[in-house]
Design a protein. Structure first.
Lengths: 437, 131
């Protein structure tokens, strides 16, 4: 894999049976990431795995075989490259509980391929009130995915027959949906017709769709803009872990989300308010004078103790500290309820996860229930919200923790609400109201 | 609600449309949903887990003797791992673990590894369907 090319994380999403797995498989073959032989092996593996028993032995053998052939086992996911970029592609699990990994995980998706089938019945299902198209688009937006490649799939189906009219019809309906969700469909979304099964318009222009003058899927991915590193913003480093190391003292570790970290700068830790000079930075055991967004670093702050910094704290420039929210404050969030056995009502106190912090928060106001299809307010101050509802709510944390508004720092303004080991809701922080101390 | 084209309990909200483009409701829909659930086994996923040990010595032993059995007890499979230096002598383990798509997500596995005395914390940073 050519390391000099810019890298992007891609997530592939779409309604069940709209062909996302086929699209992903064929894309990997077309870009040379997977050979035909490997594709056949993967197919065999899939068949083995679909049997009832859990085939550990199969993987053991596979691993042993890889070692025998001297292949380095890469810890990364499926990767493929285009002319100007290389991509890691994530086929996101359908189960709601895995959304947590996308909110708190280190690997944020830079762009998404959203797949819709052009087949009448499948498209109707995907775009219907209960369909997943809207949910996926909303979640992609909530998860911070700025750019979408919208693949209108199954153009080869007999009912579609590669027709330009059908493509335009489907596109028009999706445009309405995406505008409601908040995407600028001219600037942020690339629409294209494909057949994942036959390979039409994946890497080469399709002979069956000569009317299409736009890009192939590979071209569309290749032209995605690489997200700029937010180096100009104030420094924010959510602390992942803190070590006490002989000779080095207290060493916090975290990923620089925004801003620049420089040796000698004055840092302030939220929420403990500890202030100190940054003495040193290391990455992969190498000393550095500065670190930028995306760098996973360990560092040392003069005079700091284990009480002053812990997982969930945020390191910031003393001149521009991170917002801290406490029990006297309220955070307003726009959320979507993705699972709850009954309903969410006032007083409910689950755990809110944001960046590396986890804190119990009480629902103190259900301000508005929203129509996810139109964005209109359905009800003011509803008594409860349930699975599938979008809403604006106010939450009160039981103790202080660092948090930012989504519009200022998207990296620190996303939340996942968890309870009973499951994800109840995901959302973004719209506002933070400070109360009296 | 299924978030990303999922299965099982996530499939309850699917709209079923027959060949005549009529949305099915009631027992007819339930029957098709039950069949769909029956024939689709849970998907196999690959998760990348960060494992932060309490101590930075004998990490291979930790993985072989403690992490691997803990993962298998939770019906996962530790396929491979690497030890990565972080800073100032601190290290973490990045493990590739295969698991089934199920209720609770990666949490049961994260808990199983984190609950080991020799482990400070375990977190799945990335998860993707492999079959």
């Amino acid at each position: 894999m050519a390391k000099e090319k810019p890298h992007m994380n891609l997530v592939i999403i779409g309604h069940i049976d709209n062909g996302k797995s086929t699209l992903m498989g064929h894309l990997l073959i077309k870009t040379g990431a997977v050979s035909d032989r490997e594709a056949r092996e993967m197919e065999k593996m899939a068949k083995d795995l679909d049997r009832e028993s859990w085939k550990f032995a199969y993987f053991m053998d596979r691993l042993a075989e890889e070692r025998k052939r001297g292949i380095t086992i890469d810890l990364a996911f499926r990767k493929f490259e285009t002319k100007n970029k290389y991509f890691t592609i994530i086929d996101a699990p359908g189960h709601a509980d895995f959304v947590k990994n996308m909110i708190t995980g280190a690997s944020q998706a830079d762009a998404a391929i959203l797949v819709f089938s052009a087949k009448t019945s499948e498209f109707a299902a995907a775009i219907s009130d209960n369909g997943q198209g809207r949910e996926h688009a909303f979640l992609a937006k909530t998860l911070g995915v700025k750019k979408l490649v919208l693949a209108i799939n199954k153009m080869d189906d007999a009912s579609v027959n590669y027709a330009e009219d059908r493509f335009n019809e489907v596109k028009a309906e999706i445009v309405i949906l995406l505008k409601v969700v908040g995407y600028n469909t001219d600037a942020d979304v690339t629409f294209l017709p494909v057949s994942a099964f036959k390979g039409d318009n994946l890497a080469e222009p399709s002979e069956n769709m000569k009317w299409w003058k736009g890009p192939t899927l590979v071209d569309a991915l290749d032209s995605l803009p690489v997200p700029e590193k937010p180096t100009g913003k104030p420094l924010r480093i959510p602390v992942q872990d803190v070590y006490k190391i002989k000779g080095a003292g207290v060493v916090p570790v975290g990923r620089v989300e925004t801003g620049m970290m420089k040796v000698g700068m004055q840092c302030v830790i939220a929420p403990t308010n500890f202030l100190g000079e940054l003495r040193s930075i290391e990455m992969h055991h190498e000393a550095m004078q500065s670190a930028e967004p995306g760098d996973n670093v360990g560092f040392n702050i003069r005079g700091i103790t284990m009480k002053d910094i812990f997982r969930g704290c945020v390191v910031a420039d003393a001149k521009n500290p991170c917002t801290v929210i406490g029990p006297q404050d309220r955070l307003t969030a726009q959320v979507i309820v993705i699972w709850h056995p009954t309903a969410v009502a006032l007083g409910y106190t689950p755990v809110v996860h944001s960046h590396t912090a986890q804190i119990a928060c009480k629902f103190v106001e259900l301000s508005k229930k929203l129509d996810g299809k139109t964005g209109q307010v359905l009800e003011d101050n509803p008594q409860f919200i349930k699975k599938g509802d979008a809403a604006i709510v106010k939450l009160q944390p039981i103790k202080k923790f660092p948090l930012e508004k989504y519009k200022d720092f998207p990296e620190l303004g996303r939340i996942a609400v968890r309870d009973m080991g499951r994800t109840v809701s995901v959302g973004v922080v719209l506002n933070i109201e400070k109360g009296e101390e | 609600m299924s978030l990303f084209g999922g299965v099982n309990d996530a499939a309850d909200s699917h709209v079923i449309i027959n060949a005549q483009n009529v949305i099915l409701k009631g027992p007819e829909r339930e029957k098709i949903m039950a069949e769909k659930k029956k024939v689709k086994p849970p998907k196999t996923l690959m998760g990348i887990f960060d494992i932060i040990p309490e101590d930075f010595d004998a990490l291979d032993d930790l993985m072989k003797n403690l992490v691997k059995p803990a993962v298998e007890k939770e019906e996962g499979f530790l396929e491979t791992y690497k030890i990565e230096p972080i800073a100032f002598g601190a290290k973490k383990i990045i493990a590739r673990i295969l698991l089934k798509e199920r209720t609770g997500g990666t949490q049961p596995l994260e808990d199983a590894i984190s609950n080991l005395e020799e482990v400070q914390r375990a977190e799945c940073t990335m998860v993707s369907i492999i079959s």
